[in-house]
Design a protein around this ligand. Structure first.
Ligand SMILES: Nc1ncnc2c1ncn2[C@@H]1O[C@H](COP(=O)(O)OP(=O)(O)OP(=O)(O)O)[C@@H](O)[C@H]1O
Ligand SMILES: [Mg+2]
Length: 319
């Protein structure tokens, strides 16, 4: 698959998956990869604390106001990564503002009224956020919007509540908004979901279930699956550390030998486990798949983001 074709095949990419699997990291990698292709990408995060800024070297959390996280990333100095937060409250204020209720909107949002409404109308927050994302996708001045979907088991509800609301509301603004969102989510020319998982048992089970539910309920286009945190296969793990050290002419203490043995054991077991899970995944989910390496660093900063963007591009090209 051509990378630029992937980046421009839909103007919206939604990155989803269970909590902690690397959604935000993959969001950053996609945006960075697109920028390296000379595109302007906009990261949208819904909670304001994803930590995506740090992946581009910016410590402050994102806010409603768009910021540029990386610039001049592609050939000829074009290509940019921008980012902003978009909470349901922000989206409500904008919605009311756009619908001629600008004066009351801020007060209403800050009064907590949205929480009252949200209790009565489940899914309304998701619709507000996705409605605004739809507007960015339609009218925004960027080439690609990458949405870092909410954490936890919320991803499915987040994406299916539009359908539920469109069915439930007979008429009125909620229905209009919900229908527009359903239209966006089910249009494979406008939007695709990139599911992220880890090569471990529970994440594999969950991603399989999520994939089928999303296809069934929303009819959403699933892009290549991203398996994050894959340990690169190391050869020679079964060798005896002592004799390897001897051959290399290196002195090792018995403490170092047992530490090396334990590390090799761990790595060997980990590799076997991940191999089994990757096989299970392949059997249960017939989707293209890209693997991203586990990086042995304390945190994901700009260099690591670049490494993962590169690995993503390589993986896509191999499809
Ligand atoms: N490929 C990787 N190699 C090493 N560490 C990684 C990798 N991908 C993610 N991490 C680390 O794993 C943690 C979780 O990643 P991330 O924040 O992207 O997950 P998430 O799915 O967005 O989590 P949440 O559900 O809380 O939003 C972070 O500390 C991140 O730095
Ligand atoms: Mg996150």
């Amino acid at each position: 698959m051509d990378v630029s074709q992937f980046c421009s095949s839909t103007r919206l990419i939604i990155v989803a998956g269970k909590g902690g699997v690397g959604k935000t990291t993959v969001t950053a990698a996609i945006a960075s990869m697109a920028a390296a292709e000379g595109l302007t990408s906009l990261i949208v995060e819904v909670d304001g604390k994803s930590g995506v800024g740090a992946m581009f070297g910016q410590a402050e959390p994102l806010t409603y106001d768009e910021v540029v996280l990386a610039d001049g990333c592609g050939p000829g100095g074009v290509g940019q990564v921008r980012a902003r937060a978009l909470t349901p409250d922000d989206a409500l204020v904008e919605y009311l503002y756009d619908h001629g209720m600008g004066r009351v909107s801020r007060r209403l949002a800050s009064s907590g009224a949205l929480d009252v409404v949200a209790t009565a109308v489940p899914g309304i927050k998701d619709i507000l956020v996705l409605g605004k994302v739809k507007q960015l996708e339609r009218e925004g001045p960027v080439d690609l919007v990458v949405l870092d979907a909410p954490a936890a088991g919320h991803a499915v509800t987040f994406l299916t509540s539009a359908r539920a609301l469109a069915d439930a509301a007979r008429a009125g603004p909620i229905r209009v908004q919900a229908e527009a969102v359903v239209e966006l989510l089910s249009d494979a020319r406008r939007c695709q979901v990139i599911l992220v998982t880890l090569p471990e048992e529970t994440p594999v089970n969950e991603v399989v279930e999520t994939a089928y539910r999303l296809e069934d309920t929303v009819g959403i286009k699933l892009g290549p699956l991203v398996v994050n945190g894959v340990y690169p296969q190391l050869a020679g793990l079964g060798e005896d550390p002592e004799s390897v050290a001897e051959r290399a002419g290196v002195d090792v203490t018995s403490g170092q030998v047992s530490a090396l043995r334990a590390a090799a054991d761990f790595r060997h077991r980990r590799q076997e486990l991940q191999q089994r899970q990757l096989e299970r995944l392949g059997e249960r989910l017939p989707l293209d798949r890209v693997e991203l390496p586990f990086l042995f660093t304390a945190e994901i900063g700009p260099p690591e983001t670049q490494v993962l963007a590169g690995a993503l591009a390589t993986g896509l090209r191999a499809l």
